[in-house]
Design a protein around this ligand. Structure first.
Ligand SMILES: Cc1cc2nc3c(=O)[nH]c(=O)nc-3n(C[C@H](O)[C@H](O)[C@H](O)COP(=O)(O)O)c2cc1C
Length: 337
């Protein structure tokens, strides 16, 4: 079974849901000796199956699939209604009809069907974000030969993941781009620096640790690996690579000298996520509520209507975004490994 300590190149390509991760990016990362991971989040099981087939058709045997763990806490409809109200004027100006609050109920992102697909396809590596996978699901994956990783942002969550049967952990620090993988979406994401968090998790658990968050240079990757991580996981630094499916407005914004700041915001999805600061985060960051996935669905039409406008979309970015280069992903992976 996969163990991150066995990677030829100790670099894991972050799964990046919403478009940036493509089968080509996964194959490029694994082909470079690292580990590529498909991002199953938001996909139907059918689309995920076709992405898996594309990765395998490219001859890639070792790769991962990342799955979102569904929320267990029910949506707070009143909070969603308040945020919806706040977005109405902006939506009207874009000629977008916001969905009604009743249409924004809880949604498990096809969790059971995706676990069944992992088992049927005997996917070598299955990683989880946004929560702790239930122990029976982990056991079922183990029975099918899948190595199970869980993303954690704090020691308590790390212990829960180990108890559920995780084989390795992705330890995500506060500089990470995209969503913070806090198990409780309403918790303030821990601000403990990655190096301290790694030490704290290492002090409690003996599992292999993959470190993530703001890692964009060889020096930083070496430092993190010397501090107890087996490998690094990088997302932002791959967003401008040739194989990534990042929206052009997002890829360009990462290189725009006028974009000088990242912020952690609930505004787009209702889960804390680090993004380049833009007009949407400025206008709605304070009013937003921690109601994922309802808020994600609420803002979906707005983001589609502004797909070419860097001030309307979620420009997920970790603090190392300046080091994201337009080049083959294998070159990026090689530089960090
Ligand atoms: C655009 C984008 C999308 C992401 N989507 C996912 C995802 O679907 N699943 C996941 O576990 N992590 C996701 N992440 C977080 C990464 O796994 C990782 O923690 C993060 O990229 C590390 O920080 P860095 O971006 O500074 O390298 C995403 C990150 C970015 C930048």
């Amino acid at each position: 079974m996969f163990d991150p300590r066995d990677l030829d190149v100790p670099v894991v390509a972050a799964p990046m849901a919403g478009g940036p991760t493509t089968p080509a990016l996964v194959s490029a990362a694994s082909g470079a000796g690292g580990l590529g991971q498909l991002a199953a989040g938001y996909l139907t099981p059918e689309k995920l199956a076709s992405d898996i087939a594309a990765v395998r058709a490219a001859g890639t045997e070792l790769f991962g699939v990342n799955i979102f763990v569904p929320e267990t806490d029910p949506v707070d409809r009143a909070a969603v209604a308040r945020y919806r109200e706040r977005l109405l004027g902006y939506a009207a100006a874009l000629d977008v009809d916001l969905p009604a609050v009743d249409e924004l109920g809880d949604d498990d992102d096809h969790f059971d069907a995706k676990i069944a697909l992992m088992c049927d396809e005997r996917i070598p590596v299955v990683s989880f974000a946004f929560g702790c996978p239930p122990a029976p699901a982990v056991a079922e994956l183990h029975r099918h030969g899948c190595s199970v990783g869980v993303t954690v942002t704090g020691v308590d969550d790390a212990v829960l993941a180990a108890e559920a049967g995780a084989d390795w952990l992705c330890v995500q620090g506060p500089d990470a781009g995209g969503h913070r993988s806090v198990f409780d979406r309403r918790a303030i994401p821990p601000s403990q620096p990655l190096d301290d968090l790694l030490r704290a998790v290492r002090g409690r658990l003996d599992l292999p640790l993959v470190a993530a968050g703001g890692i964009s240079t060889r020096d930083r990757a070496d430092h993190v690996r010397a501090s107890g991580a087996t490998a690094v996981q990088v997302g932002t630094v791959l967003l401008r690579t040739h194989e990534a499916g990042t929206k052009p407005a997002h890829a360009d914004a990462l290189a725009d000298p006028a974009r000088t700041e990242t912020v952690v915001t609930l505004a787009f999805s209702g889960r804390p996520a680090r993004a380049l600061r833009n007009r949407f985060t400025d206008e709605f960051g304070e009013a937003a509520v921690a109601e994922y996935p309802a808020v994600n669905k609420l803002t979906g039409g707005l983001r589609r209507a502004t797909a070419d406008d860097p001030d309307g979309i979620n420009l997920w970015a970790g603090t190392g975004y300046r080091d994201a280069v337009a080049e083959p992903a294998a070159d990026t992976i090689g530089r960090l490994g």
